[in-house]
Design a protein around this ligand. Structure first.
Ligand code: ADP
Ligand code: ASP
Ligand code: MG
Length: 453
């Protein structure tokens, strides 16, 4: 059984959806669960319309609504050419569009937007794309089953970024999904959305459709999870910045998880966990280059030597150095320090301490600096703006990494880093460069990967 998830660009328009239909047809000898995101850009549009409406500008919000409406009506027109199926698609779609409009108007009436309302509104993106796709399946002779995933994936009530109740989800999947396999029709369902124990719509966080695929794959013990996107797989770096980025044939679960944590957009980090628990291989594939083998993400790639695989660049970071007057271990300093860090609300990419020195590599929310000014704190604070480059791979440190380090050394000589943190994990090394050096350093580091291909 295969769970295949198609991201926003894969279902962006009629041409893309037709390609997805051909992929579904190609794999249809096997039981399939097809998980779809909202059409590209629709989630952002819904969220924006809700925010603008709640802030008072109903007309502007309704303009955005009309763009969403036109997009989906055009999609039906271009994708489904038989009248009967067009009408079948229009029925649920009109109802969903009406619901969405009501949410937008209600936000304006109330003058506020809660995460709960936002989730209910944004869920329409995935419900629209899946309803249209299911009607298209019928039109193109693929008999399929529509499944509202909110009846399966159960979460807590943390609207906007809910946590999954795996026990409840597993029970619901066994009761509902398993019997559907018997009729050998692809099951069409939504990514990103779920429901809490009161049946209220929740979402799994932005980009959460990958996670949905992994949860479903875990719950039905799939043989494979396929993440279909618009690039050939996990690449040696962001192809938008590195034009010669190459596709990695294999990557370990842990390495991809770190890459995601440090900000590589290709996969939602939590995607990995449920799949890992059941040892289910995850493949990242290109919808628009269907024959490309993509990247297989495995529990263990069996790599024996230091291999640099992928780079993640975070342009705007801050290296924060705290030098304490006394040893950092003193209780008083420690608790004050912790409260400072908690107040930062930054994403801390890396943290290390030695004697009276504590270093943090963080992202840079605007309000941070003010916070530092007001604090009564017994430490000299040095803030160095940097760009972080995260080096992801396998066996990166320890025995056998000498050759790699000598290559890295050549780059570091040319572009001296402000900091290098290694040794904490075999799967990543953290480097921080002066922002002006970052892109050149990134390209030079990337050449190490390219030359090993
Ligand atoms: P989807 O809509 O299919 O979920 P996303 O936009 O979430 O797709 O993720 C795919 C995009 O991630 C690619 O188009 C690519 O530009 C970007 N990306 C960033 N870093 C990487 C990387 N290391 N490997 C592959 N893609 C990457
Ligand atoms: N549509 C959702 C988003 O844009 C979920 C996803 O695409 O993964 O965040
Ligand atoms: Mg995505």
């Amino acid at each position: 059984m295969i769970v295949m998830k198609f991201g926003g660009t894969s279902v962006a328009d009629a041409t893309a959806m037709k390609t997805v239909l051909s992929i579904v047809r190609k794999y249809s000898a096997e039981p399939l669960i097809v998980v779809l995101s909202a059409c590209s850009g629709i989630t952002n549009k819904i969220l924006k319309a809700m925010e603008i409406s709640a802030a008072g500008d109903k007309n502007k919000a309704l303009d955005i609504y009309r763009e969403i409406e036109i997009h989906h009506l055009n999609l039906i027109n271009e994708l489904i050419d038989k009248k009967k199926y067009k009408e079948e698609a229009l029925k649920p779609v009109k109802k969903l569009l009406d619901d969405l409009k009501n949410f937008i108007e209600a936000a304006n009436l109330l003058g506020e937007l809660t995460d709960r309302t936002s989730d209910s509104a944004v869920a329409n993106g995935e419900l629209l794309s899946t309803n249209i796709f299911e009607a298209a399946c019928r039109c193109y002779g693929i008999e399929s089953v529509f499944l509202d995933i909110r009846n399966i994936i159960c979460t807590d009530s943390a609207f906007g970024s809910a946590s999954v109740d795996f026990d409840e989800t597993s029970i619901a999947a066994k009761e509902t999904i398993s019997p559907l396999f018997g009729n050998n029709k692809p099951i069409i369902t939504q990514g990103f959305i779920a429901s809490d124990s009161f049946g209220r719509t929740t979402t799994l966080g932005r980009g959460g459709s990958d996670y949905s695929a992994a949860i479903i794959g875990w719950a039905v013990d799939a043989g494979e999870i396929q993440i279909w996107t618009d690039v050939n797989g996990v690449m040696s770096g962001d192809p938008r910045i590195l034009k010669n980025a190459c596709t990695l044939p294999e990557m370990s679960f842990t390495a991809i998880r770190w890459a995601s944590y440090f900000g590589a957009k290709v996969l939602h980090p939590d995607t990995i966990k449920p799949a890992l628990d059941n040892n289910i291989p995850v493949r990242v594939l290109n919808t628009f280059e269907m024959e490309n083998p993509g990247t297989t993400i495995l529990n263990n790639t069996g790599m024996k030597r230091a291999t640099l695989q992928s780079l993640v660049l975070q342009k705007k970071c801050m290296l924060r150095k705290f030098t304490f007057p006394d040893n950092i271990g003193s209780k008083k300093t420690e608790s004050r320090f912790q409260s400072l860090i908690d107040a930062l609300e930054s994403k801390v990419y890396y943290q290390c301490r030695a004697e009276n020195l504590e270093i943090y590599l963080t992202d840079v929310p605007n309000h941070d600096e003010e916070l530092f000014l007001g604090i009564d704190f017994e430490a000299a604070v040095e803030n160095i703006p940097v760009s972080a480059i995260f080096l992801i791979g396998e066996m990166l440190t320890g025995m056998g990494s000498g050759e790699l380090f000598s290559k890295l050394g050549t780059v570091f000589e040319k572009y001296p880093p402000e900091a290098i943190f290694s040794g904490m994990s075999n799967e990543f090394i953290v480097t921080a460069f002066r922002p002006d050096d970052a892109e050149s350093a990134l390209k030079a580091l990337h050449e190490i990967i390219v030359s090993s291909f």
